[in-house]
Design a protein around this ligand. Structure first.
Ligand code: 8WZ
Length: 158
C-alpha cells in the first residue's frame, strides 16, 4: 500500500543565478534545495508553494507566476511512503531572501550549483530545469544516500 504525500519545491531564478536554501533542520538537513514542504489538508498546491517560500526565505511570489516545471516521485526501499514533489520555478518575485530557522538562502551561478551538497537525484534532473524543459522523474532510494533505480523523461505538457 503506497501512501502518496504531495510536497512543493520552488526555485526562483534570474538570468545569472538560481536561489537555493541550505536546510538547517529536519528532513534533508544540510542539503541545498529549493524551497517547499508539505501541502496541508484542503490546501491548494499553489497556495502551499507560495506559503512555504514565504515561510522559508521571506520571498513573495504570485500564484500565477509559479510555473509547474516538473514532478518528482520518491519512494524508499521498505517504506510505504511515496513523496509526490511538484516542482515550480518563477522568474518574477518580490523581496530579498532572508535566513530563517528552516533555511539559509543563497544565490548560485548556474555553473556553481553545489550538487555534492544536494540530494543525489538533483544532478539527474537539474539539466531539464536549466533548459526550461518539463520533466517527470521517479527515484527509488535506499536510505537517503543511494538511488537503487530511477526513470526520468521530458514531458511536452504537465
Ligand atoms: C527524497 C527526496 C525528497 C525531496 C523533497 C522533500 C520535500 C521537497 O523535496 C527532494 O528534493 C530534491 N531536490 N531531491 C529530493 C529527494
Amino acid at each position: 500500500m503506497i501512501l502518496n504525500k504531495v510536497y512543493t519545491l520552488v526555485f526562483l531564478r534570474n538570468e545569472q543565478q538560481i536561489l537555493l536554501g541550505l536546510k538547517k533542520r529536519g528532513f534533508g538537513v544540510n542539503k541545498w534545495n529549493g524551497f517547499g514542504g508539505k501541502v496541508e489538508p484542503k490546501e491548494e498546491i499553489l497556495d502551499a508553494a507560495v506559503r512555504e517560500l514565504k515561510e522559508e526565505c521571506c520571498m513573495s511570489v504570485r500564484k500565477h507566476n509559479l510555473k509547474n516545471i516538473g514532478n518528482l516521485q520518491f519512494t524508499f526501499e521498505g517504506e510505504a511512503l511515496m513523496m509526490d514533489v511538484r516542482v515550480f520555478s518563477a522568474t518574477s518575485f518580490v523581496g530579498d531572501p532572508e535566513e530563517t530557522e528552516e533555511m539559509l538562502p543563497k544565490w548560485f551561478d548556474y555553473d556553481k550549483i553545489p550538487f555534492e551538497d544536494m540530494w543525489l537525484d538533483d544532478k539527474l534532473w537539474f539539466p531539464y530545469l536549466l533548459k526550461d524543459k518539463l520533466f517527470y522523474g521517479r527515484f527509488h532510494y535506499q536510505g537517503y544516500d543511494k538511488i537503487l533505480n530511477y526513470t526520468i523523461q521530458e514531458l511536452n505538457s504537465m
